[in-house]
Design a protein around this ligand. Structure first.
Ligand SMILES: [Zn+2]
Length: 405
């Protein structure tokens, strides 16, 4: 495929391929989630603090690798690409499209299955360093996984290993990712320790038959745009999400979009690996994200805690991130007590389709976000409990919000 064709495809499947309706975000009908880089950094950092570097690194890079591999394989098949060196640029366009920033091709050897990628402004690394200072290790775990997986599809060899040799997060002037075989890495003494260990649950995911359908489009009922998004679109002439060199901006936030099922898989692997303490991390990270989400919209929208309509709009903020459609089943605004239903929650739906019926719910992160939103608008500490979940065979997820005791 020549470069013009690559650019043409990139334009066709470009930003237009992404649609938002205030409940969901779709990229070519694959349900996506908007993740602010502040959230990604906090999640990774807090898990490392609690459980150490190695397993968190293996899980994040491992999931990124599965996603990068599947995503790239879909394009290679769909456009019948016989990969050549210049085609790699097409995948960098795709990376930019989902908010990953600027990647450029360094030296590539197709025969040797070797490649170097320069990553100039990794928004994730910039945010990580801003929050937590200079790190001993590279910090772009998930992004590294994506690049490595994509390269594996490209070179048609899943066993290749990517390592981030330079990283803004450890004080380097840019990020550099190198891809080569495990054996070659073993000779590279300084970096061999960064070969991700095989994680048993990531391996298990790889072997699940239905996961071969990862990143497949979903059937959805047609949805009316949310009241909140309609309002924002009118006020800002459609400019609600902005694709920039530094990622996808949603007002003051900078983030990326990624298939929401990655969050289902992240919940599965981390809770299997670390136990329910990981669920608590997701909840706590969610609380911060929920507060940040409302903070981010201040100036654009006012949420009056005494107005049922405003409270409903505030809860609908989760839809701007792609978590589904909320409806308030019960609102006792005098006592700050609410029952909220979330329909078409693809995080739980995907979880259910891969892992079947669960005894406990899986939406710790979403529950945290709802608690954070409610805390912010009511001006007091709120907590959220998921009462019913799609993974228990229910048709929707139901949450209770109440004042924290
Ligand atoms: Zn649920």
């Amino acid at each position: 495929m020549n470069k013009n064709l690559a650019q043409l495809i990139a334009r066709i499947v470009g930003f237009k391929a992404i649609s938002f309706n205030g409940h969901h975000i779709f990229l070519l009908k694959v349900p996506m989630v908007y993740i602010p880089y502040s959230t990604l950094a906090k999640c990774q950092h807090d898990l490392i603090e609690k459980y150490g570097f190695d397993d968190v690194y293996s899980i994040f890079t491992g999931l990124g690798k599965i996603h990068g591999y599947n995503g790239t394989s879909i394009y290679i098949k769909k456009y019948k690409i016989v990969p050549s060196e210049s085609d790699i640029d097409f995948f960098f366009e795709q990376a930019k499209l989902v908010g990953l920033g600027n990647m450029k091709r360094g030296s590539v050897d197709m025969k040797e299955k070797y490649g170097v990628i320069q990553y100039y402004n990794s928004p994730g690394a910039i945010e990580y360093k801003k929050r937590y200072g200079i790190q001993e290790y590279p910090v772009d775990f998930y992004q590294l996984g994506l690049v490595a997986g994509s390269a594996c599809a490209f070179f048609d060899d899943y066993e290749l290993i990517g390592i981030e040799k330079e990283c803004l997060g450890k004080g380097d002037s840019k990020c550099t990712i190198e891809i080569k075989s495990r054996d070659k890495w073993k000779e590279d003494k300084d970096f061999a320790k960064l070969i991700p260990k095989k994680n048993e649950y990531v391996e298990k995911i790889k072997s699940i038959e239905t996961l071969h359908a990862l990143l497949q489009p979903v059937q959805t009922t047609s949805e009316v745009e949310s009241q909140l998004l309609r309002y924002l679109r009118q006020k800002y002439r459609g400019e609600v999400y902005n694709l920039t060199e530094e990622g996808i901006k949603l007002f003051k936030l900078v983030g990326m979009i990624t298939p929401i099922e990655i969050l289902s898989l992240l919940a599965y692997t981390t809770i299997k690996q670390f136990g329910s303490g990981a669920a608590q991390v997701f909840y706590d990270v969610g609380v911060d994200e929920g507060r940040e989400a409302i903070e981010n919209l201040k100036g654009a929208v006012t949420f009056n805690p005494k107005s049922a309509n405003d409270v409903a709009n505030a809860l609908d903020v989760i839809g701007l991130y792609g978590f589904g459609r909320t409806s308030v089943l019960r609102a006792d605004l005098r006592n700050n007590n609410l029952i909220v239903k979330v329909t078409e929650n693809f995080l739980a739906k995907k979880y259910y389709s891969y892992f079947g019926t669960q005894k406990i719910n899986v939406d710790h992160y979403l529950a945290g976000i709802l608690a954070g939103i409610a805390s912010s608008i009511f001006g007091c500490e709120m907590e959220c409990e998921e009462r019913e979940c799609v993974v228990q065979g229910k048709e929707a997820c139901t949450f209770e919000l109440r004042k924290k005791k």
